[in-house]
Design a protein. Sequence first.
Length: 276
Amino acid sequence: MTDLAMTRLHEAIVVLYAIGIIFYFVDYLKKDAKSRRIAFWFVSVVWILQSVFLIVYIIQMHRFPILTLFEGIYFYSWLLVSISILLHCVYRADLPVFFINILGFIFMVIHTFAPNQVAQSPVGENLVSELLFIHVMFAILSYVAFSLSFVFSTLYVILYNVLKKKKWTKQWTRLPSLGQAESSSNWAMVIGIPILFISLILGFMWAYITVDNLNVFDVKIIGSFITLFVYCMIVLLNRRDQLHSIRLAWVNICAFLLVIINFFLGSSLSGFHFWY
């Protein structure tokens, strides 16, 4: 198997793994059986691809791949995926499966985009470029999810005020109900959080590889983690029934303003985030 084919295989594993984690996150928060099944099948495909690579490596090298740090990280990731599948099928343990897969994903990313591995690979430059592409793509997808959450929160505020002031007219009949608006806003937010988290992992890995004297306190990095923290707190408070209805909608709207500030101001002040 060529280096390019190996590279594509690892990229596919990372992307599929990321999608699986997103669905596991949705299932954990919403107790959605369909999301759980989808997540399981994505992680199962990841395990199959990892196993294929493992077998090919054993055949090519005539030994078990655990003698170097690079090999050990990959085997460790494969074991984590295997354990998560076992827990999913046998013990139905949702929370351990979710966190085991997050850990497995992190090690898979480290294995795929590790500086030493990239430097040794003939396609290393393309690999780093594609890592940046995947990072940006996931970041944009998270912004889209938060934008949808913002839109539904805004519609909730409008509808709430219309009903409160009893100014209902035919022009408002095309608005969703309060329940639909709140539910849609929450779903969009729940989906956006793991996508942003994955984007941050990939982005930090790219910066570590390519940026000299990386400043972990870069404005963009700090702003992104603050944004992630704020949305996580919103979801947590909502699940505890401490934040809901109109207050939840307004907090969501304010949180989206943080996304906008981080996107534009953070990018302009960052030491390595540039838009041309």
